[in-house]
Design a protein around this ligand. Structure first.
Ligand code: MSP
Length: 512
């Protein structure tokens, strides 16, 4: 069976992990967990991008070797994955032999087939962006700030014949609706491709840059960092071995909007086409987070340390916020206020209070185990109907990457359970001597617990620890497939009620 193969971008080794990296990993993890729950054999890759001028310069500034800087960064990004509970199967570093060998093999292959040629280049170069520029990159006659100092240089370099594939690429994008998600991003790529594209300079002379993969056919040069980095997606899954077929073509490359054009939508498909490999099924392009309405930047202090939020709240609280707040593909803003509002209203109040009610009232009014249900009147029917309208829709929304809407519906259902609790008011029924009231009280507590069990099931791709914890507190154990677990059942009848805990304490409250 072919695996469901999904990747994140590989992060630059010369920066520290920030909220943008955290989001991309969490989003990819949510898709990966969802697909696993749906029965796919998932393979999830992430990693870091270690070569290039910026790494060489940052290491030189600190008077250390580039590899020492990369080792440090690899540690930090692996820690980020652990702290966010990311379920990646592999973590690739572009300095690993398994990767470097594949890059060199591909370069040699392209060179042997005349897809790479040497030519003299005269033009503008930005050291900061590690990229050659054209006059059309100027804005109002000036180089935009992101390019830093731009100098005019003349040098011989190797070029990859991108331009001859332009028409093929345009045709592919036009005829493969699913190639770029969301679709409006495909329009931007087609717009870009209206102008002729240049061949890609894939080498850097060693005297200017040493920290890279030497070209196999000319060791006076190293490989351009994007050509090197993109190859990680195939070097990690055994390109050139029989294993490769199990993973390729990749199902989704999850990337931010800034690296769609040109690397992922132009260079990468053409590189693959030129070596005779199928191109990716789909690029899932997400938007960018700003903080307090501004660009994220460490130097101005407008920066969020994702691990601080995990420490202060919980990993699931951060995962929930990131996925609930951003519609995949659009931009979003992060602020302490937005975070605490969501945390307090959805997690502490709606979900936390419901769990609290179930764990406090059941032992008080019914004993140590969850009772059976014997009453089925209008309030029960309404709650069951609310579930029937939620479950299938949420799964469909998840399938479509509309996770924020799926969570919105799930929390609307959680609020329906709370409304049902108010309507039935077990605390009042428990005072009655009447048998019918006693039965209704038992039914209400049982149905609240059962509905909560189903609701936290829907949260599993996003908040796996919360689902496991609530299952445990409800005494629920099951080996059944996920979709089965979402179905109504009386599995909780007779299950032992867990001890009361506060899952999402308000900052001034103590966790138990
Ligand atoms: N190394 C390249 C990617 C090579 S992939 C073969 C790179 N690295 S990066 O560290 O700058 O960015 C890694 C990912 O984080 C990118 O997909 C980028 O879009 C994403 N983000 C960086 N800042 C972001 C936000 N502020 N918000 C959301 N995602 C952001 O590019």
């Amino acid at each position: 069976m072919k695996s469901f193969y999904i990747t994140t971008a590989i992060d630059y080794a010369n920066g520290s992990p920030h909220l943008g990296h955290a989001y991309e990993k969490v989003l990819t993890d949510v898709v990966a967990r969802f697909r696993r729950l749906m029965g796919d054999d998932v393979y999830f890759l992430t990693g870091i991008d270690e070569h290039g001028q910026k790494v060489q310069q940052s290491a030189a500034k600190r008077d250390i070797q580039p590899i020492e800087l990369c080792d440090e960064a690899a540690g930090q990004f692996k820690e980020l994955c652990e702290s966010l509970n990311i379920s990646n199967d592999d973590f690739i570093r572009t300095t690993e032999t398994r990767h470097k060998d594949v890059v060199r093999k591909i370069l040699q292959d392209l060179f042997d087939r005349d897809e790479i040629y040497k030519a003299e280049y005269k033009g503008f170069y930005s050291a900061r962006a590690e990229q050659f520029l054209q006059e059309k990159d100027m804005v109002d006659g000036k180089w935009p700030e992101i390019f830093g100092e731009v100098t005019e240089i003349t040098e011989s370099n190797y070029f990859f014949k991108l331009s001859k594939y332009q028409d093929w690429l345009i045709e592919h994008i036009k005829t493969h609706e699913d190639f770029i998600f969301p679709r409006f991003r495909a329009k931007q790529v087609l717009e870009f491709l209206k102008e002729p594209i240049n061949d890609l300079c894939i080498s850097r002379p060693k005297e200017r840059l040493e920290w890279g993969i030497p070209l196999p056919f000319d060791d006076g040069y190293v490989t351009y960092v994007w050509f090197d980095a993109l190859v990680n997606y195939i070097s990690a899954v055994g390109y050139g071995t029989p294993d490769f077929e199990k993973y390729w073509p990749v199902d989704y490359h999850v990337i931010g909007k800034d690296i769609l054009l040109p690397p992922h939508s132009v260079y990468w498909p053409i590189m693959l086409k030129a070596i005779g490999v199928e191109i990716p099924s789909s690029l899932l392009v997400h938007g960018w987070w700003s903080i307090n309405g501004d660009k994220m930047s460490k130097s101005t202090g407008n920066f969020i340390e994702p691990s601080e939020f995990v420490k202060e709240y919980s990993v699931d609280a951060l995962r929930y916020f990131l996925i609930r707040e951003m519609s995949v593909g659009q931009d979003s803003d992060f602020s302490d206020e937005l975070f605490t509002n969501r945390y307090n209203s959805d997690l502490a109040n709606d979900l936390g209070n419901l769990l609290n009610r179930v764990l406090t009232m059941t032992p008080r009014y019914c004993g140590d185990t969850f009772p059976a249900r014997s009453v089925d009147e209008e309030p029960e029917k309404e709650l069951e109907e609310a579930w029937a309208n939620t479950e299938g829709k949420v799964v469909e929304l998840y399938e479509d990457f509309q996770f924020h809407k799926g969570l919105e519906l799930t929390f609307a259902f959680i609020r329906s359970i709370n409304r049902y609790a108010e309507q039935r008011s077990p605390w009042k029924l428990a005072k009655s001597e009447d048998q019918k009231d006693k039965d209704t009280c038992a039914t209400a507590l049982s149905l609240m617990a059962e509905s909560l069990r189903r609701a936290v099931g829907l949260l599993e791709p996003v908040m796996p620890e919360t689902t496991a914890r609530v299952y445990e507190l409800l005494g629920y154990e099951s080996d059944a497939a996920w979709l089965e677990r979402l179905k109504p059942s009386d599995a909780l009848t007779g299950a032992k009620v867990g001890e009361r805990v506060i899952l999402f304490p308000k900052p001034q409250q103590e966790k138990k």
